[in-house]
Design a protein around this ligand. Sequence first.
Ligand SMILES: [Cu+2]
Length: 457
Amino acid sequence: MITRRSFLKACAAAPLVAALPSVAMATAVTPFPLTASKTKKRLVPGDGYQDASVWAFNRSVPGPELRFKKGETLSVDFLNQLDEGSSVHWHGIRNINAMDGVAGLTQPEVMTDGQFRYEFPLKDSGTYWYHSHAKTWSQVARGLYGPLIVEDETDPIVDQDIVLMIDDWLLADDGTIDEASFGSLHDWSHGGRLGNWLTVNGQSHPTIDVPKHARIRLRLINAANARIFGLNIPASAFLIAEDGYPTPVQPKQDVVLGPAQRADFIVDLGDTNLTINETLNGGPYPAVTLNVIETNQALVTKEILKQPRLESPPTSIDVVIPLHMQGGAMGNLREATFDGQLRPIRELVQNYGKAWAFNGKIGKHHDHLAKINIGQTVSIEVWNDTRWNHAMHLHGHHFWIQTEDGEFLDGKRDTYLFQRGEKANLVFIADNPGLWLFHCHMLEHHAAGMAGVIEIS
Ligand SMILES: [Cu+2]
């Protein structure tokens, strides 16, 4: 629940004109420079508030929109001007392992003034994002994220393609980032760092101009550390993709996005403004308003949206990885193994800041959940035996979700939001060699033990 009064101010704040800060068309030949540094940003408008000290890519939060076409090569020269190590992860991309950007696993962290060139082919179209993958609970919370969009020639034709990166910030009363709460053991063992200030594309309740009666594509991205958002689009809206992967096209006005999840909608606008509300956290809170305007722009013909051809899930499984998730506040974890030693939960929390376990072990990047042969079909049989939701993310692959009754959900995802107590199988074909992280994208949970590595060779 959002109870802090400043979150409520999000609805009262004057709308601002906003679009994403800049659009960068990177090409395969010239690496695009992406620099992480500290900068100032006004998060709360109005007198009596101050600029927040954010950490940003190219001095902007979100970072620049990187937009490519399927089949192109992403080439980015990352420069770290922070005073601590960092890296860039390309969330949801079925990447080359060495380009996956997990500091301490797929590469050493890029130290201060260090550089790293990320270069890889973009095999999948859809809505993705990039973010720091070092001390994420701090670096992502401070603003180190941006959108990565891969277009396909078969995409529905629209008049406007709009990325909406949704975040919640935990701010002090003066509008600066609440520094004292970083590392809070309470947050780490409960629901994570939950904010009190809602932003879309870095602004509170922005307004985006769109042509009257236009067909638009909305790409929603949850960039929050831990907040689950519910978004309502009160219009003629069709869900077409989740986590970049196509879903059966269906009329839909509501979507729940766990941390790191994305959803793409095609929306046919009328002649009135459209406000998208956040509805899951005590609101509704207006998140963004699409302001319809008269233009001379010739509008596209609104063709009937084609149903995608979806890959069928496998009918047999080669390897099962049982994954019993335990821990957290009000949980049943009494003790767990950490650094090779069985320790009581109280000691783990107080001395090490660890609160969650996979199969009785506090997860680390060096713990392998399984070694898999390339090409095998794998089922991670997850039991969320905790009192909390978890947004489980597998790097380098997209997975099907098989519910407890054996049915597969439509489509594939890279991040699945488990409800408390839920059992489900994440099924994937291990066709990408390397060391792949599997972790909770509630970033405090990850830091407090919800992580492991699947080795594929
Ligand atoms: Cu979690």
